[in-house]
Every structure is written in structure tokens, then in C-alpha cells.
Design a protein around this ligand. Structure first.
Ligand code: FAD
Length: 504
């Protein structure tokens, strides 16, 4: 087992060394630089970017992270009543797609294996029971039909790309395929296939981009990793893979934790970041890995303001919210399968249930959790915990009409959207978002300010592996630029226009 050094586990503030002393000029003043590259954010993208620079021989970088530890949205908590505590994943939970035979491996799966993280396969489709608002209700036939409809949705999206047809919403796609979910059971089944992955509705999602997000991850015919979903179950937390990876190359002087950035000042000759404490760090380059939600929310101020092409890209993609609501009971009284689906008359109301008190996961833990997404997640974030708990217990009472539902001994759900370090869970691609917008989201602003993170991944936006590949790819481009003594960087489109003007 890798022992992580205390400084990497967020114990105290790690001070920045002041290496090299060439000067950058910001606001016309010559300033002593603190690093060649400031990596803003220490999630998967930030850590893998740092490792990539290190591998390229560029070691004069510093990761600046607001939290007390590395990992970002790869984050866990200790949950449970006294004596029944376990580690739970509040953010990312699964390696989605691992590896098929000798095909391409999901790099997150590679890290899991390298660092010996405990995981178990989670059978999303074969180990499931179904309920409605009056109790058990076997609608697995509809569930299977819905899986077929989703597969058809992704196939027909590919045809649209081949024929250069315009994008539309995934709802348009479903409707054109004749997959019209009208009963609570059909709506819950569709939700399971779609919203539970994208954290938004088919109406809010691009038909084409949602399909390629799925295909490039799971479909081995187009380079995907395969169908396996491995659930992280390690007491050290899923974040251990990224912290252990960092421990192999990162020096204490290359990391500042507990350092919230308020302002990013960009100029032709360098970048300065102003911390909440008022301290200012200067560097030749910065790589911003903050979530799309943070960029949208103005939690960090850019000086000068980001150009219009960048701002339009940021505001045109969506930051979705995915919320796991955890309950612990003295004893298990629910289903013996891994998963359960609940069909409420209201689509998206506490629909997807998962038992952790299962031989494959955390047997004896007494824990079950339910997931909400999109607007329903925003709704519950605005409510007090007690009300959400009451609603969730009401749903359990509906699912198990012959059981007196006991009071839970522990209850918790994270408010991802309200969190100023994330402002949501992961990005989703709406049908009004063009490929050029996405290029602009990814493109550097001037020579000095670069961007990476799950949202900048065209193939894998939303996923851990998207963040990984973007950290590696953008840092590789930056390294080339730095070694060349400067570069223009990635191209962007000044204005995203229609192929043909609207007819009035
Ligand atoms: C609930 C949930 C479930 C998920 N499930 C899965 C899953 O099962 N499988 C999967 O593949 N993916 C999943 N994801 C998505 C995955 O977690 C992300 O794609 C990935 O972790 C994003 O990494 P990142 O480095 O791009 O961004 P982040 O992890 O957000 O890293 C950015 C860092 O910047 C820091 N930061 C933000 N603002 C500031 C500031 N002002 N100053 C300093 N630092 C700042 C943040 O603290 C953070 O550490 C899930 C995410 C969530 C939230």
C-alpha cells in the first residue's frame, strides 16, 4: 500500500518556493515570477497536467488548489452512525468502461490497478427490480425496451453525423424513433437510460453529443473501453488514485492547498492570480482547470474580461447536477438486487436506488442511496435536509407498502450546485452548442492563459477520463509552447455562425 505523505493529504498550508527569477510584466510592471506555470485547480485534470509537464522536463510549476487536498470532484466522506461509519463517494463513483481484451484502457482504470484501489463491478441492467408509487411492479419489459430505444438513439445520431444533418435534442431523436414514454414506468425507464447518465433531460441534451459521449466511452467499435462499470469501494476513497499518482512526482513546493483564487490577470507577458488572502502569484503561463460551473458563475474574475468568443462558449454549455442522497438504517429492509427503479407519477422524482448493503459492495452497512438529477437536484438543494429526508422516506414507504419504514440513523446529501468550487456536478452538451463553441471553450486566451478539464473534452465531457485526457493533452501542447519560447496555441473561432442564415 502506498503511504501518502502528510503534506499531500491536506495537512496545513504548503508554502510555495520562489524558484527561478525571470520577470514577467503584468499591468506594465515587471514582477518576479513564482513559477513558470500555475496550474489552477488540483482535480484529475490539474494533477495529470502537472505530471505531463514533469514528464516533459518542466518542473517549475505550482498547483494552486482551494481545497485542503487533491482530487476535486473525486471526493469522499466518512458517513454513518457511530460504530457504523464507512467511506462514501460524494462525487465520481464509477470507472465507466474499463478495458476489453487488449483494446484501449480507460486511463482511470489503469490508475485504479496501479494503485490497488478496491472496486467491484456494478451490474446496472441485470441486477435491478422495479417499483411504482403503490409498491413492487414488474415492468422490466419496458425497461428493456427503453435500453433498446437508447441504443437506437446513439446509432441514429451516428447516421446524422455521417449525413451532415443538423443536431437536435435527444427528445427529438426519441420521438422520431417512436420511443414516446407516456406512463410513469416508461418515463422512469427512459430516465434510467438517459438522465441518470447525463444529469439532464433528453429535452436539454444534444442528440449527437450525448451519443458520442456514450459511444466513445463504451462502444469498442469506435475505440470505447467496453461495458463494464466498476464501483469504487476503497476506504481511502476513490481520490486515492490521484493522490497516490501525485505522490510519485509532486514536490511539496509544487503544491499550494487551501488557496482560493479570486482573480486571474492575463497579459501578453504573463499571468497573475490573486488569492482570497490578497497574496498575488505571478507566472509565465496559467492552466485553468476550474469546472464549467465555476467559470459560468463569476466566482473567479478574469482581468481583462474574457473575450466574447470565450464567454459565449462558457455560457453555452450546461453544468448539470447529479445528487446522491444517502440513508443509513439499523437494518436492511429493501431489495436484494444491486439497483432498483422507482416510477413516480412525476418524472425524475427520487427514481434510481442503489443498495450498498449488498454482498458486492458494503455488506452490513445498512446503506441505500437514491439519485436525483437536473432541476430536481436544484430543487432539493434549496430545501432543508429534514424535508428531503421526509420526502425520501415517503418514497420508500410507497415502494414497500407492507413495511413500517424506520427512521434512518444517518442521512446526507451534497449540494454540488451551491458549492462555489464546483457549481454543479459535470458538464452536459445542449443541442444549441456547436462544435466551434466547444473549440472555443478549450482554446487558450492569448498566449498565456490555457484551459482544461472534463468540460473541454469533446469525446468524454462529463467523465473522469475526459478530465484525465484533457490534463494530458493540453499540458502537452503547453509544454511544446514553453519549449519553443512561445506560440499562438489553439485556434479559436471569432464568431460562431450558422451554415445558412435564418430565413425570415
Ligand atoms: C456527483 C458526481 C458524480 C460523478 N460520477 C462520475 C462517475 O461515476 N464516473 C466518472 O467518470 N465521472 C463522474 N463524475 C465526473 C468527474 O468527477 C469529473 O469529470 C472530474 O472529476 C472532473 O475533474 P476536473 O479536474 O476537470 O475538475 P475538478 O475536479 O472540478 O477540479 C478543479 C479543481 O479546481 C478547484 N477550484 C475551483 N475553484 C477554485 C478557486 N477559485 N481557487 C482554487 N481552486 C479552485 C476545485 O476545488 C477542484 O479541485 C461525477 C461527478 C460528480 C460531481
Amino acid at each position: 500500500m502506498v503511504e501518502l505523505p502528510a503534506w499531500l493529504l491536506g495537512v496545513g498550508l504548503v508554502m510555495l518556493a520562489l524558484p527561478g527569477a525571470s520577470a514577467v510584466s503584468v499591468d506594465g510592471r515587471a514582477l518576479k515570477k513564482d513559477a513558470s506555470v500555475l496550474i489552477l485547480g488540483g482535480g484529475v485534470a490539474g494533477v495529470i497536467a502537472a505530471r505531463t509537464l514533469h514528464e516533459q522536463g518542466i518542473t517549475n510549476f505550482t498547483i494552486v488548489e482551494a481545497k485542503g487536498e487533491l482530487g476535486g470532484r473525486l471526493t469522499s466522506t466518512t458517513f454513518g452512525a457511530k460504530g457504523k461509519e464507512v467511506t462514501l463517494e460524494l462525487g465520481a463513483n464509477w470507472v465507466q468502461g474499463t478495458q476489453t481484451d487488449n483494446g484501449p484502457a480507460n486511463p482511470i482504470w489503469t490508475l485504479v490497478q496501479k494503485h490497488g484501489l478496491k472496486t467491484h463491478e456494478n451490474d446496472w441492467t441485470g441486477s435491478i427490480v422495479t417499483y411504482n408509487a403503490t409498491g413492487p411492479d414488474d415492468y422490466l419489459d419496458l425497461f428493456d425496451e427503453s435500453a433498446d430505444a437508447y441504443t437506437n438513439l446513439t446509432i441514429t445520431a451516428g447516421t446524422r453525423v455521417d449525413k451532415r444533418l443538423v443536431d437536435a435534442t435527444a427528445r427529438t431523436g426519441y420521438s422520431l424513433l417512436g420511443a414516446k414514454s407516456r406512463t410513469p414506468q416508461a418515463m422512469a425507464s427512459e430516465y434510467y437510460q438517459f438522465d441518470w447518465e447525463y444529469a439532464q433531460t433528453p429535452e436539454e441534451s444534444s442528440w449527437i453529443a450525448s451519443s458520442w459521449g456514450n459511444n466513445f466511452t463504451y462502444n469498442t467499435d469506435v475505440g470505447g473501453f467496453g461495458d463494464d462499470n466498476q464501483m469504487a469501494l476503497d476506504p481511502r476513497g476513490f481520490k486515492h488514485i490521484i493522490q497516490a499518482e501525485a505522490a510519485e512526482f509532486l514536490k511539496p513546493a509544487q503544491l499550494r492547498t487551501n488557496s482560493t483564487i479570486k482573480t486571474i490577470k492575463n497579459s501578453d507577458s504573463g499571468v497573475s492570480v490573486v488569492l482570497e488572502s490578497g497574496e498575488v502569484l505571478h507566472a509565465d503561463y496559467a492552466l485553468c482547470t476550474f469546472s464549467l460551473g465555476v467559470l459560468q458563475h463569476d466566482d473567479v474574475v478574469f482581468e481583462p474580461a474574457l473575450p466574447d468568443w470565450k464567454e459565449e462558449a462558457i455560457q453555452s454549455m450546461t453544468m448539470a447536477t447529479y445528487t446522491k442522497v444517502f440513508l443509513q438504517f439499523e437494518e436492511k429492509f429493501w431489495f436484494d438486487t444491486e439497483m432498483a427503479l422507482y416510477a413516480d407519477p412525476e418524472r425524475g422524482r427520487y427514481p434510481v436506488w442503489q443498495s450498498l448493503d449488498h454482498v458486492n459492495f458494503l455488506p452490513g452497512s445498512g446503506i441505500v442511496f437514491v439519485t436525483t438529477t437536473g432541476d430536481y437536484s436544484l430543487r432539493i438543494e434549496s430545501l432543508p435536509d429534514e424535508q428531503v429526508q421526509e420526502e425520501v422516506l415517503g418514497v420508500l414507504a410507497a415502494m414497500f407498502p407492507n413495511t413500517t419504514i424506520p427512521a434512518p440513523v444517518a442521512f446526507h446529501f451534497p449540494r454540488w450546485n451551491a458549492d462555489p468550487l464546483f457549481r454543479g456536478s459535470y458538464s452536459n452538451w445542449p443541442s444549441s452548442f456547436f462544435s466551434e463553441h466547444h473549440e472555443n471553450l478549450r482554446a487558450n486566451v492569448g498566449e498565456r492563459l490555457w484551459f482544461a478539464g472534463e468540460a473541454t473534452s469533446q469525446k468524454y465531457f462529463g467523465f473522469l477520463h475526459g478530465a484525465y485526457f484533457e490534463g494530458a493533452d493540453v499540458a502537452t501542447d503547453m509544454a511544446k509552447c514553453i519549449k519553443a519560447g512561445g506560440c499562438v496555441g489553439m485556434k479559436h473561432v471569432q464568431e460562431v455562425t450558422n451554415a445558412r442564415p435564418y430565413k425570415i
